[in-house]
Design a protein around this ligand. Sequence first.
Ligand SMILES: [Zn+2]
Ligand SMILES: [Zn+2]
Length: 388
Amino acid sequence: MKIKYHPDVLKIQKEIIKNRRDFHKYPELSFQEYRTSKIVAKELNKYGIKVKEKVGKTGVVGLLEGNKKGKTIALRADMDALPIQENSKVTYKSVNDGVMHACGHDGHTAILLGAAKVISKMKNSIKGNIKFIFQPAEEGFGGARFMIKDGVLNNVDEIYGLHLWNYQPFGTIGVQSGPIMAASDKFKITIKGKGGHGAAPQGTTDSIVIAAQIIQIFQTIISRNTNPLDSTVLTIGQINGGYNFNVIADNVILKGTTRAYTEKNRLLIKKRMIKILAGLEKTFDAKIKLDYEDGYPPVINHNKQTEFLKDAAEKIIYKGVQSPFLSMGGEDFSYFLKKVPGCFFFLGSNPDNKPMNTPHHCSHFNINENALIVGASIFVQLIEDQLK
Ligand SMILES: [Zn+2]
Ligand SMILES: [Zn+2]
């Protein structure tokens, strides 16, 4: 593969990296991105882009209107950090105790700011509009939903987003049409039985025995109900219950998560859980309550926009477009893609070509910063291809 950075992006390479390091040093948790969004708004203003603040609580939106009429393309970056204590030796290490940019959202923000600066200078030759979406709270809080509620997608025809991806080598991107990230839901099951003496089970309803049945039978949802060629997960990660070795437990709580790449499988798993629990409730004469919480839907790319993105990327990273390194992780970009067509892609950013040395969400997470220049170049190229 060969990299041909966009020349205008290359001119501001230092600035993009400097911005990323600044965001990295001062990370902010979900819906607390006050400093970050202030800087973003200030910069966008400087570029002559119309700015709207406090969209989806701490989000910022920039609108650049081209001189001629055309479609409106949205580019999105998320801005929030994670509750992790940074354990690295970089000079721009986090100064906020217990908070760290360990997913790369500092880089996403810097990439989109860089792209906005370059694109703002093309205003006169643009047919259409560009919306720059700086989103808060991707990490578990679904900030995308809050921005959509505040109208961020009004008049938007297409949307694109990326994620720095240490599982792929620098100089590549991972993309495909259809599902690219999983739906991630969580659940809590409360089993209420009838306690008693451990030596006298007659007349009791043992919640621990019921919990054991649930755990076993749930595994058949994945192994017997879903298509083995599809990717699905059902994990029970927590069990709480009981008092002592000689006491029959009247109460057990199970907590877990389900993952699926399609809405169909997501629903199938949920439906089977409900049916199995209803059956066990009858069988054991216990009370079993399921609290099922829908998390992010699967991220599903649209065909046409994926082709647009691939074409633009090929011009920057010749032969670097690959099939993505998939995981069962979730992303709230899915909410945008449910409303307007678009494409989400992975930007290869591995710093030393040893993918497992610096995984996302680890306390020594870092990236190859030249990936920022690749990412911004692809965004700019895409806008040139689509709107010039
Ligand atoms: Zn993350
Ligand atoms: Zn992330």
